[in-house]
Each structure stands twice: as structure tokens, then as C-alpha cells.
Design a protein around this ligand. Structure first.
Ligand code: HMG
Length: 399
């Protein structure tokens, strides 16, 4: 039986970011509250041409370029997003043309807050395990722009970016334990975005508790599923959904408490098992569907070689809510392949926006979906895709 899992990962982030110390100064709060208190140093800020389709296409093009896999091998493309650009046409349909995917291909969008990308990933694993892939691969793309109101408590937990995952048999980065995942769901009002609004509505402290409750439920379900499948072995690392770094720390403490560990033991294992996965998220902010996979990229970018043969746990949470805990093993050769992928490269050479630029971008962005095509996205980095406006209600992209 071949293994199935994540073969390659690529990221895309907007070209600019806001330093959280600058946001804190503008909002009159100590920088420590955002940087240490929330665990975020920078948040990506998307400009008008960097919409969720453009970010997704840029990440996927990079995935094909770095992994050496050809778009013609894709038989399933699922986009997980909660900030889609249309109520009907899925982001995946735009990508079909922008990426040159084959016509014999299933494309759709999955929405469940930050869980949408995981829903796509788990469907892809089942699609391959069931034999529907017939030798083809799946492309799962998580793409979002996280926006809260200006001057609200959620403002320092914004971000933007996309993570593209190639899913196949005999994966080169992470072989997942298909069929032994742990699920949890409940109807809660912790975070949502009404159809009329571009900004999320959130009951912040309640959302933290909902996340922790879902983690406890999914973890227990995963332990039961693993035991039933006869899967054993310690987890060497754990990646959590990262709305902000401190949330992942709270999550790990919660799991350690469930496992009967002391606070000191929990803090020590956080440093060893979780901290590395938070490096890239602390530079990008919350990217909703992609946040867990940004954490995984952060971990594999730094430690894939030493993790070969070791098991990693993953926790995905989507408000509303649905959650899943699952695990996989890093295969031999992953270290050398991760080096080749250069997953963190898109974060280099970004531009630092001033607070005034950030505010101006946010205010202008409200009209982005109605502006006529004006082609003002020249000077794009090589390989990027840009949204350039609307022509007779049709969104136009250039590559
Ligand atoms: P807040 O209420 O303004 O902050 O907003 P706070 O008062 O809770 O302070 C935050 C932390 O900073 C605290 O640490 C303070 O002690 C500390 P904690 O007690 O939590 O360990 N602090 C300081 N530290 C150092 N120096 C200082 C200082 N001052 C305070 N000077 C809140 C926080 C998270 C509520 C807000 O940012 C928010 O509403 N964010 C959005 C919601 C969110 O991210 N929820 C996470 C769980 S739900 C989820 O993950 C799903 C989601 O991704 C959406 C989806 O599924 O699609 C959001």
C-alpha cells in the first residue's frame, strides 16, 4: 500500500507588511502586548492587486516551479478560503486557467472558516485512497486575507497569504495517517463574517475558549482513532492553527494538561516541539485557511532533515466550528527536498509599510472589487499573478 500525503508546499505573501510595533504605537498600546502578548511581529498587508485569487495562483505557480511537478498531472484542485471573490464562481475556476490545469479535472472551493483548506486536504487523501486519482495528483490551495475592523482588538491578528499543497502518493514531505483522523464540530458563534461585510465579526475571548474546547475534542477523537487502527508512536513535533503565536502556545499547554503534564513540562515541550513552527507565522500574521500549513512549512523549512522518520501532529481549527487532529511521518529524503523547495523565500525582500500607508491601503481596498481595469500592477515580482480590475462584472487577472 503506497503512502499518501503532502508532496510539496509553496507560499505566497503580499509584497508588504506592517510592523506590529508601529501598529501598537499608532493605537497607543505597549508594543509588548502585540509582540510578546500575542506573539506576532509583522502582519502581511494585501494591496488591491493582491486578492485571494492572485495570491493562490502565485503560490501554486511557485509550487510547480520548485517541485518540478507539471500542472498536467493534477486531477483535483480544491481551494480553501473564507475570503472568496464571488458568491458563486469558485477561486478554483479562476485558477484552472491561470495555472493551465487539464480539462479532465475536478475544481471547487471549500468554505468552513479556517478549516476550509483542511477539508480540501482530507478530501484529497480520500480521493487518492479510494482509487479515484488514477495516478494523478491533487492541488490544495489555502488563500485568505484576514481583516478585522480598524482599531478593534482583532486588528493586530490580521494577515494575508496563500499556501499551496501538492498531495500525492509516495509524498516527499509528509506521509499522513489516512483514515485515523480525529474530528470535532459544534455550532458556536465565536467568529463569522456576514454576507454584507468584508470584515470579520468576532467574540475574541470566547473564540479562544471555542478553539481550546475543539482541540480537546479532536485530540481525544484522534487518540481513539489511532488506537483503533493500531497506530502507535510519540509525536516529535506538533503544529497548530495559528491565528497568532500565543494561541498555539495556549493550545499546546491545553494538550499537555490533558496528558497530565505539569506546567514546567508543558513549557519545555513547547520550546522543543512547537516554537519552530511559529517562526513564519510571526512574520505574516493570521492567514486563516493557510495558517496551519504556514506553521508546517516553518517547521519543515528548519528541521525536515532531523525529523526524517519522525511523527508530527497537526491541529486544524475553523470557527463556527469544525476541527481535526491528524498526524503523519516525515519520509527519508525530506530534508534535501525541503531545501530545494525554499519555502520561506517569498518572505525575503518584503517592503515595510508605514502605519499611514497601511491605513491608506485599507481604506482604498474597500472599493477594489468595483474598480475598472487599469493595469496598475506593473513591476510585479517574477511569477506573480495580479488582479487588475473588473470589466463588465468580470474580474481580470494578469500573470
Ligand atoms: P485583547 O483582548 O485586546 O488582548 O485581544 P488581551 O487583553 O487578551 O491580551 C492579549 C495577551 O497579551 C494576553 O496574554 C495579555 O496578558 C498580554 P494571555 O493572558 O492571553 O497569555 N499582554 C501583554 N504582554 C506583554 N506586554 C504587555 C501586555 N499587555 C497585554 N504590555 C484577542 C486578544 C485574541 C481577543 C483579539 O486579538 C482577537 O479578538 N483576535 C481575533 C480572534 C482570534 O484570533 N481568536 C483566536 C481563536 S479562534 C480562531 O483561531 C479562528 C480564526 O482564525 C478564524 C477562522 O477560523 O476563520 C480567528
Amino acid at each position: 500500500m503506497p503512502t499518501i500525503g503532502i508532496d510539496a508546499i509553496a507560499l505566497a505573501v503580499p509584497e508588504g507588511y506592517l510592523d506590529l510595533a508601529d501598529l501598537a504605537a499608532a493605537r497607543g498600546v505597549p508594543a509588548g502586548k502585540f509582540v510578546e502578548g500575542l506573539g506576532v511581529q509583522r502582519m502581511s498587508v494585501a494591496r488591491q492587486h493582491e486578492d485571494p485569487v492572485a495570491l493562490a495562483a502565485t503560490a501554486a505557480r511557485r509550487l510547480f516551479a520548485t517541485s518540478g511537478v507539471d500542472p498536467s498531472t493534477i486531477g483535483l484542485c480544491v481551494v480553501g478560503t473564507e475570503t472568496a471573490v464571488d458568491h458563486s464562481k469558485p477561486v478554483a475556476a479562476y485558477l484552472h486557467r491561470l495555472l493551465g490545469l487539464p480539462q479532465e479535472c475536478r475544481v471547487f472551493e471549500a468554505k468552513h472558516a479556517c478549516f476550509g483548506g483542511t477539508a480540501g486536504l482530507l478530501s484529497a487523501l480520500d480521493w487518492i485512497a479510494a482509487g479515484s486519482a488514477r495516478g494523478r495528483k491533487a492541488l490544495i490551495i489555502c488563500t485568505d486575507i484576514a481583516r478585522y475592523g480598524l482599531s478593534t482588538p482583532g486588528e493586530p491578528t490580521q494577515g494575508a497569504g496563500a499556501v499551496a499543497l501538492l498531495v500525492s502518493d509516495n509524498p516527499r514531505l509528509l506521509a499522513l495517517e489516512v483514515g485515523s483522523t480525529g474530528s470535532y464540530a459544534q455550532d458556536v458563534n465565536d467568529f463569522w463574517r456576514p454576507l454584507y461585510s468584508k470584515e470579520a465579526v468576532v467574540d475574541g475571548h470566547h473564540s479562544v475558549q471555542c478553539y481550546l474546547d475543539a482541540l480537546a475534542g479532536a485530540y481525544k477523537s484522534w487518540q481513539n482513532a489511532s488506537a483503533a487502527s493500531g497506530i502507535t508512536g510519540e509525536l516529535a513535533r506538533r503544529c497548530y492553527h495559528v491565528p497568532y503565536g500565543k494561541m498555539a502556545k495556549k493550545a499546546h499547554r491545553h494538550v499537555m494538561q490533558i496528558e497530565g503534564k505539569t506546567e514546567a513540562e508543558a513549557d519545555a515541550s513547547y520550546t522543543a516541539e512547537v516554537a519552530t513552527s511559529l517562526r513564519l507565522p510571526s512574520q505574516v500574521g493570521n492567514i486563516y485557511t493557510g495558517s496551519l500549513y504556514l506553521a508546517l512549512a516553518s517547521l519543515l523549512e528548519a528541521e525536515a532533515a532531523e525529523l526524517e522518520g519522525k511523527r508530527i501532529g497537526l491541529f486544524s481549527y475553523g470557527s463556527g466550528c469544525c476541527a481535526e487532529f491528524f498526524a503523519g511521518t516525515v519520509p527519508a529524503g525530506a530534508g534535501a527536498f525541503a531545501d530545494k523547495l525554499e519555502m520561506a523565500a517569498p518572505l525575503k525582500d518584503r517592503r515595510k509599510y508605514t502605519f499611514a500607508e497601511y491605513e491608506q491601503i485599507r481604506l482604498r481596498d474597500d472599493k477594489a472589487d468595483q474598480r475598472p481595469v487599469n493595469g496598475d500592477a506593473h513591476g510585479l515580482p517574477a511569477g506573480s499573478v495580479a488582479f487588475v480590475g473588473v470589466d463588465a462584472d468580470r474580474r481580470v487577472y494578469i500573470a
